[in-house]
Design a protein around this ligand. Structure first.
Ligand code: FES
Length: 121
């Protein structure tokens, strides 16, 4: 079963949507289930000033995206790069074992957005 926190983030997702003129965008997909997650970043003074997500996916993927944006906002790029899927799962009070793979999408999309920002700088 899902924790209360997972259900809350699924029913009331934080930071869902698109950032026009984002400084960086990262996208990851899971080839097995077909789910896709996109992360938009606004970066100021090497920190995540704003972050939004679009996710086509399961309940766990949406909860993970929402939690991830809450956790990453205000972090430096180095701190955000050090975030792991386990931290997100812990923040959400756990995920059912069959759903832990869904948490990969979030950190991977975030890291790929940061990498593309650093490469294009
Ligand atoms: Fe695909 Fe959850 S089943 S991300």
């Amino acid at each position: 079963m899902y924790s209360e926190k997972v259900l809350d983030h699924f029913k009331n997702p934080r930071n869902q949507g698109v950032i026009d003129n984002a400084d960086a965008v990262g996208q990851e997909g899971n080839p097995v289930c077909g789910d896709i997650m996109k992360i938009y970043l606004k970066i100021k003074d090497d920190k995540i000033d704003d972050i939004k997500f679009e996710t086509l996916g399961c309940a766990a993927a949406i909860s993970v995206s929402s939690a991830l944006t809450e956790m990453a906002k205000g972090k430096t790029l180095a701190e955000a790069m050090a975030m792991t899927k386990d931290e997100v799962v812990e923040y959400l009070g756990g995920l059912p074992a069959v759903k832990v793979h869904c948490s990969m999408l979030g950190v991977d999309a975030l890291h790929s957005a940061i990498k593309s920002y650093q490469e294009n700088k």
